[in-house]
Write a protein that binds this ligand. Sequence first.
Ligand code: SAH
Length: 234
Amino acid sequence: MSEYQLTAVGHIHSPYKQKFAIPRQPRLVPEAKAKLVFTADFNREEFVRGLDEFSHIWLLFRFHETADKGYSAMVRPPRLGGNERKGVFATRATFRPNAIGMSAVKLEGIEYKNGQLSLLLSGIDLLDGTPILDIKPYLPYSDAMHEASAGFADTRPETDMSVEFSEESLAFIAKQTDYPELKAFISNVLKQDPRPAYKKQRESTQSYGMTLYDFNIRWFVTGDHNTVTSIEKC
Ligand code: SAH
């Protein structure tokens, strides 16, 4: 058996505080901003010198929240309504051998502040605290394959759900001057329809909650409509 030990080079500080409602791939919600904070061993400007020339980067990370749950040979991709199975290597499922994830994200900047090196990112699909195993520049000439086909995941998931906000939630958002994109962020997260696939067939109205940053957000879904009812500070 070949076994390897891996070390986190950094950790993600993300507005997504729980798995529920995280988009299923990066760049679907551009307002999702995060910081990659380097660990002590990698907290040196030399490690990232030249990286600022790239607009996008690959992150390789550990699905740390679910890694101890192991893997299955076959999984049910949400794309297929959660009732058809595919081999785990034919999917981007989290329950996989080694629990390694990869995301191509936008690099907004590199920060070196009070002795701490961080990457500023957007469009992320990562849980708060995610350990980063490696970082590589995204190379369009090689990584972007325009002739590629992708079977059951060939198109960007449809996001034709509408999102409305109650008067109360709009009033709350208006006061959050530190989060100018909060309304667009919530809207775009809800448009991805974070509900588990099996719930989507339900006719009845159901209500849900999620935490973004330190805001508890509640909404209900009827058909293709989301209505944000309340937002509170945790
Ligand atoms: N772009 C990645 C992720 C695909 S799975 C890849 O292709 O490898 C996307 C899901 O991963 C999200 O919906 C989120 O719920 C989950 N996720 C994100 N960070 C995680 C973490 N640290 N541990 C476990 N699951 C995580």
